[in-house]
Structures are given as structure tokens and as C-alpha cells.
Ligand binder design. Structure first.
Ligand SMILES: CC(C)(COP(=O)(O)OP(=O)(O)OC[C@H]1O[C@@H](n2cnc3c(N)ncnc32)[C@H](O)[C@@H]1OP(=O)(O)O)[C@@H](O)C(=O)NCCC(=O)NCCS
Length: 273
């Protein structure tokens, strides 16, 4: 674990979405209050708070992340229906591996206690059943993002199939994009693939999705096919992309360079896999 002043603090990221005023009040009311001199220098104090307030980590997605991941899915894939049945994926799909990037907010209020929704009568039960089938039964009302002890900022899902590791989803919270989070998820996903001695990574991607295609290009994915009218919302085509060399010496050398460049640029994220 990197300590609270470690290099993976959101200081590495000037756009960090933390309400400093709230944090300031909370910290001043706690035993973490800094020396008075810092109180006289707002920018130093801001930096100090940023450093002690948050850390970022990548870890396996858990059941209690489902509501936050659904939030990311809704903003990332607004036309997607039905929504991903994350609970079923986590509990019943032994091929599936989901990783989440989280931003830890050490001064956020304690984890909220979620109450099971009440289902009134037959109609309520019917909706409950429907939500269960669609896998959204773990959705809860969430506190504002900056008040969550762990804010899930990105997720990747990979199915380890017999012949390939298939990326079924990768998405980053809108407010946290362009901070290296998807790249980190892809790096950890490729490492997971390597750890299973699997050489081939595959996925589908909308032909118009330039940000995602740029990410895959960066890591050497090749466009090996086209699935016409693959997406049911607008009948857009999908590229079939493959990275078929993740165990070769050549790829490992390039991969090491990319990982070093990522860490130099974005700092170190705790890895808890
Ligand atoms: C695609 C997506 C996952 C990228 O997440 P991100 O955390 O913002 O990406 P990163 O900051 O890690 O960027 C890594 C690389 O991706 C590419 N990239 C990411 N966003 C980009 C953008 N808006 N324009 C161009 N390239 C972009 C770049 O190559 C970038 O490397 P660089 O910083 O050296 O230029 C994010 O935009 C997203 O969640 N989109 C909606 C969901 C989605 O489309 N998922 C992909 C399904 S196939």
C-alpha cells in the first residue's frame, strides 16, 4: 500500500473532483488539522488536503460496487438494454473477471447502510422479480460522489474463454475520463490474461468510437473483422479487434514501456488483485 502521501494521490491529477471546501471543514473538525501556517496559504492547504484525502486503487469488482458500476454503465452506454446483470456476472459466471478502479476518500462519512426496498403487493413483487432477472437488484440510492468512502471510477469486464480473453466491457466515469483510468484497466486486464497463459485478447467496438479505438490502437490491437449492424440501437457496425501476442517477448518489451510511461504520467495506483 502506498501511504497517504504516496505518488498515487489525486495530486497527480489537477482535475480531481473533490469538494475541497467540505473536506476542509471536515478535516478542521478532526484530528488531521494541519499546522496553522498552511491555513494561511490556500493553495498549499488545497494540495495538502488533496494528498491526504484520496488514494486510487484497482481491485476486483465487488457486489457492493454494483450500484456505482450501473451508474457508470448508464452514462457510458445510454442506449444499452437490458443493463448488464452484474450481480449474476459476479456470482454465477465463473468465466467472468471484473476489475474496478476506486478513488478512496478517507474523510468521507462512513459507508451508508442500504435498506432493502419494500415491495408492495403483487405488482411490487413483479417489479422485484423483473429487476432480479435484469440483474439490477443491487441498485441503491447513492450518496453524492464526493461523499462516498470509495468512488468507483472505472470498470473492465473480461471473460476468460477457452481460446481468448474477451473484453466484454470497459468504461470510465465521465467526470474522471482522460486521467489514465481506462489505460490502467486495460493494463491490468492484459496482465490477468497473461497470468492465465492466454495469448489472445479480443473485443468488439463501435466503428465511431474514436476514444476507445485510440486506446486499443495504442496497445497494438488490430482490426481483424467487421460485424455489420452489430448494435441494436442504431444498427452501427462493430470492429472486431484482437491483440494476439500478449505472451511474446516483443509484446512484453513494448508493454513494459507503456506501463512505465503510464506510471510516470499518472502516478502509481494501489493494486489489490
Ligand atoms: C473509452 C474510454 C473507456 C476511455 O477512458 P479514459 O479513462 O478516458 O481513457 P484514458 O485516459 O485511460 O486514455 C488512454 C488512451 O485512450 C485514448 N483516448 C481516451 N480518450 C480519448 C479521447 N477522448 N479522444 C482520443 N483518444 C482518447 C488515447 O489513446 C489515450 O492515450 P493518451 O492519453 O496517451 O492519448 C471512455 O471514454 C469511456 O468510458 N467511454 C464510454 C464507454 C466506451 O465507449 N467504452 C469502450 C467500449 S469498446
Amino acid at each position: 500500500m502506498v501511504n497517504a502521501l504516496g505518488s498515487n494521490s489525486i495530486l497527480a491529477n489537477p482535475h480531481a473532483n473533490v469538494k475541497v471546501a467540505n473536506l476542509r471543514t471536515r478535516i478542521l473538525n478532526s484530528q488531521l488539522a494541519p499546522p496553522c501556517s498552511l491555513l494561511l496559504a490556500p493553495s498549499s492547504f488545497h494540495n495538502f488536503l488533496m494528498r491526504i484525502a484520496t488514494r486510487q486503487a484497482v481491485r476486483p469488482m465487488r457486489l457492493d460496487d454494483v450500484s456505482q458500476v450501473m451508474e457508470i454503465e448508464r452514462e457510458s452506454f445510454p442506449t444499452m438494454w437490458p443493463p448488464t446483470a452484474y450481480k449474476r456476472e459476479l456470482e454465477q459466471n465463473s468465466l467472468a473477471h471484473y476489475l474496478a478502479v476506486v478513488q478512496r476518500n478517507d474523510v468521507a462519512p462512513a459507508e451508508p447502510v442500504f435498506e432493502e426496498p419494500e415491495h408492495h403487493g403483487g405488482l411490487g413483487r413483479l417489479f422485484g422479480e423483473l429487476r432480479h432477472i435484469l440483474g439490477s437488484e443491487e441498485e441503491h440510492e447513492l450518496p453524492p460522489p464526493d461523499e462516498r468512502p470509495e468512488l468507483v471510477t472505472g470498470v473492465v469486464g473480461i471473460w476468460m474463454l477457452a481460446d481468448d480473453a474477451h473484453i466484454v466491457t470497459i468504461a470510465v466515469r465521465e467526470s474522471h475520463r482522460r486521467r489514465g483510468i481506462a489505460e490502467l484497466l486495460l493494463i491490468r486486464g492484459i496482465e490477468l490474461t497473461q497470468s492465465k497463459s492466454q495469448a489472445l485478447v479480443t473485443l468488439e467496438c463501435r466503428v465511431s468510437n474514436e476514444p476507445a479505438l485510440a486506446l486499443y490502437d495504442k496497445y497494438g490491437f488490430e482490426r481483424v473483422g467487421l460485424r455489420p449492424r452489430y448494435y441494436s440501437d442504431n444498427h452501427e457496425d462493430a470492429y472486431v479487434l484482437t491483440l494476439n501476442s500478449v505472451l511474446t517477448r516483443r509484446f512484453l518489451a513494448r508493454f513494459a514501456e507503456l506501463k512505465t510511461a503510464h506510471e510516470d504520467r499518472w502516478g502509481r495506483f494501489d493494486t489489490e488483485l
